[in-house]
Design a protein around this ligand. Structure first.
Ligand code: ZN
Length: 545
C-alpha cells in the first residue's frame, strides 16, 4: 500500500517535471503550451484525424472553432508532424500549433478508445421531407456560395451533399478551370451548374473529399477511386468518388447512391402495354435468363433492381455480383467484383452458384466465359438477370453468338430480353399544346399503321395536337421533369426458341416477334409522345431515328 502511494507520488512528480520541461521547450520554440491530457476535448474533434495518423505524427487536434483548429504536437520538427500539418492545412483548416509533452499526448490519445468517441456516427442530417424543387435548391446553393467559402471544408462538403440529395441529383461534378472550379449537379440525366468557387476553396474541398473517400492525399497525377457514406434522415447514402488529373487540377465526380431510394414499379418507370405484362409475369419464371440491354445511362440497373425486388420473397435466395454495388437491398446477398484481386464476373458467378441461389444477378455479360456460365446456370434451375450492350432486343441473339455462345445454349436459356432508353418527361406544370405539322402527320400515320399491324387492339388515333416544352419555375425552365423508359421487350417462347436453334437471322426473328405483338422502342416512344408524356425530339434523340 505504502509502495503504491509512493509510486503514484513519483509518477506525479515525474509528470510535473516533464510538463515544466515542456513549458520551457514551448517558450524556446516561441509556441504556446498545452497540457493536452487535462484539456476537455470534445470527442467529435477526433474524427478530423484517425488514431493511427495521430499516433504516427504525435499530433492531436484538441479544439475547433469554425475553420480554426488547435493541435497539440510533441515535436513540431518531426517529419510526420510536418506532413500532417500540411495535410490539415490542405483540408482548409487554419492551425494553431501547441506544444504538449509526450506523456500528456499518450494520455489524451486514450480518448480514441472511449465510448463517447466510438458512439459518434456520421453527422446526422435532417432534411424536411416535403417535396423540394431542385431549382429552389440550386438557387439556395448559389446564395450559399459565399457561406461555403467561410465554412470549414468538412461542413461545406456536407452542405453541398445535402443540397444535392434535396435537389434529387445523381452526381456532383467538380470541374477545375484556370481561375476557379465549377460545381455542377446532374439531375434527370442533365447537368446543371450550381456555382463556382475560387481556387483556394476548391483545394480545401478537394482535400477534404479525398480524405473522406480514403484516397491518397499526396497523389494528384493519377486517377483514383474512393467511397464514403453519410446519413440524411436516417438513410445511409453511399457516395462513390472518382478523380481525374486535368490541366487545372483534379476533377471529381461524386456518384450518389441512395440506399433508401424507393424503386418504382415497372409502370412508374414507364413500361406499358405488352412490355409491362411480360415483365410482370417474369416473376413466375422458375429458370432462365432475363437480359436488359441498352447503352450506358439507359436505366438498365434500375430495371434490374425492380426485377430483383419482384423476385425478393422470403423463400427465394438471391445473390448478386455487381460492379459496383449501387444500392443495398434488404434480404439479398450482394457482392462486388474486384478485378484487381482476380474476382471477376466469370469466376465470381461460379462461386455464387456453389451457394445454391435461386436467383442470380450479374452486373454485365462481357465475355464468353461469363456468358457460358450464365447460360449454364439458367439451364440448371436458376433465374439469371444481367445486362448487355446492344441496340435492340433481337440483336442480343447475334451478339451472344458472336461472343461464342452456341445457339443450342442460347435458345433454351434465354427467357426475356428488354431493350430500353430513357427519355425526359414533359413538365406537367407548363407544357403547352401545338398543332401537328403535315410532315409529322405522315410520320405518325405511318408509325401508327405499323403499331396496329402488330397490335390489333391498339385504338390510338392520329392526334391533331401534340404537347410541347415551355418551361416554368417547377422545371427550372427546361420544360422537363424526371425521366421515363421507352422499351421493346422480347419474350422467348417456343417458336422464337425454335428460330434461334435453327440459326435464323436477326431480321427473321424480329419479324416473328412482331407477329407476337412486340413494339419497337421508337413505336413505344411515339405512343408516349401522343399521350403527351414526352416529345418527338426526345424519342428521336435516344433512338437515333
Ligand atoms: Zn415546367
Amino acid at each position: 500500500m505504502a509502495d503504491q502511494t509512493t509510486d503514484q507520488a513519483l509518477t506525479r512528480i515525474n509528470r510535473d517535471l516533464q510538463e515544466r520541461a515542456t513549458q520551457q521547450r514551448a517558450k524556446d520554440l516561441n509556441l504556446p503550451y498545452v497540457d493536452v491530457a487535462g484539456f476537455p476535448i470534445n470527442p467529435d474533434i477526433l474524427h478530423i484525424l484517425p488514431e493511427e495518423a495521430a499516433k504516427h505524427a504525435l499530433l492531436m487536434p484538441f479544439f475547433k472553432s469554425g475553420k480554426k483548429l488547435r493541435i497539440a504536437v510533441v515535436d513540431p520538427d518531426k517529419t510526420e508532424t510536418k506532413e500532417t500539418i500540411k495535410e490539415l492545412e490542405g483540408r482548409g483548416f487554419t492551425l494553431e500549433v501547441y506544444i504538449a509533452s509526450e506523456a500528456a499526448f499518450y494520455e489524451a490519445l486514450k480518448l480514441y478508445a472511449s465510448d463517447q468517441f466510438k458512439l459518434k456516427v456520421e453527422t446526422k442530417n435532417v432534411v424536411a421531407e416535403e417535396e423540394i424543387h431542385y431549382e429552389k435548391e440550386l438557387e439556395n446553393l448559389a446564395k450559399l456560395k459565399d457561406t461555403i467559402a467561410t465554412l470549414p471544408a468538412e461542413e461545406a462538403l456536407n452542405t453541398l451533399h445535402v443540397s444535392a440529395i434535396k435537389a434529387g441529383a445523381s452526381d456532383i461534378h467538380y470541374q477545375p478551370e484556370e481561375s476557379e472550379c465549377t460545381i455542377r449537379f446532374r439531375i434527370d440525366g442533365v447537368l446543371h451548374e450550381a456555382f463556382s468557387v475560387g481556387k483556394e476553396v476548391y483545394h480545401h474541398l478537394a482535400g477534404q473529399l479525398k480524405y473522406k473517400a480514403k484516397m491518397k492525399l499526396n497523389v494528384t497525377t493519377v486517377p483514383q477511386d474512393g467511397r464514403f457514406r453519410f446519413i440524411v434522415n436516417e438513410r445511409k447514402i453511399d457516395v462513390r468518388v472518382s478523380s481525374l488529373p486535368t490541366e487545372y487540377g483534379e476533377a471529381f465526380v461524386c456518384r450518389i447512391l441512395d440506399s433508401g431510394k424507393h424503386f418504382a414499379s415497372f409502370a412508374e418507370l414507364g413500361f406499358s402495354g405488352k412490355s409491362l405484362e411480360i415483365l410482370k409475369n417474369a416473376e413466375q419464371l422458375a429458370q432462365g435468363m432475363v437480359l436488359v440491354t441498352g447503352p450506358t445511362s439507359s436505366g438498365k440497373t434500375t430495371t434490374l433492381y425492380v426485377l430483383l425486388t419482384q423476385f425478393n420473397k422470403p423463400e427465394a435466395k438471391i445473390i448478386t455480383l455487381e460492379d459496383p454495388i449501387e444500392y443495398h437491398l434488404k434480404g439479398i446477398t450482394q457482392s462486388q467484383v474486384e478485378e484487381k484481386q482476380g474476382y471477376n464476373f466469370a469466376n465470381g458467378l461460379r462461386s455464387i452458384l456453389r451457394q445454391d441461389p435461386d436467383i442470380v444477378m450479374i452486373g454485365e455479360v462481357r465475355d464468353l466465359e461469363t456468358a457460358e456460365v450464365a447460360a449454364q446456370a439458367a439451364l440448371t434451375g436458376h433465374v439469371v438477370l444481367s445486362t448487355l450492350h446492344t441496340n435492340s432486343a433481337v440483336e442480343t441473339i447475334p451478339r451472344l453468338t458472336t461472343i461464342g455462345v452456341p445457339a443450342f445454349m442460347i435458345a433454351p436459356a434465354l427467357s426475356v430480353v428488354v431493350a430500353q432508353r430513357l427519355v425526359r418527361r414533359l413538365c406537367s406544370a407548363c407544357s403547352t399544346e401545338r398543332a401537328v405539322t403535315s410532315e409529322e402527320k405522315t410520320f405518325i400515320e405511318k408509325t401508327l399503321d405499323g403499331i396496329k399491324s402488330v397490335d390489333a387492339a391498339c385504338t390510338v388515333q392520329l392526334p391533331q395536337k401534340l404537347r410541347q416544352v415551355k418551361g416554368c419555375d417547377a422545371c427550372n425552365f427546361t420544360g422537363f421533369r424526371g425521366q421515363m423508359v421507352i422499351s421493346e421487350v422480347l419474350l422467348v417462347d417456343d417458336e422464337i426458341e425454335d428460330a434461334i436453334l435453327k440459326n435464323k437471322s436477326a431480321p427473321e426473328i424480329f419479324a416473328l416477334a412482331r407477329k407476337k405483338g412486340m413494339l419497337t422502342m421508337a413505336e413505344d416512344g411515339l405512343l408516349k409522345v401522343i399521350a403527351g408524356e414526352t416529345t418527338m425530339e426526345e424519342v428521336h434523340r435516344v433512338t437515333n431515328a
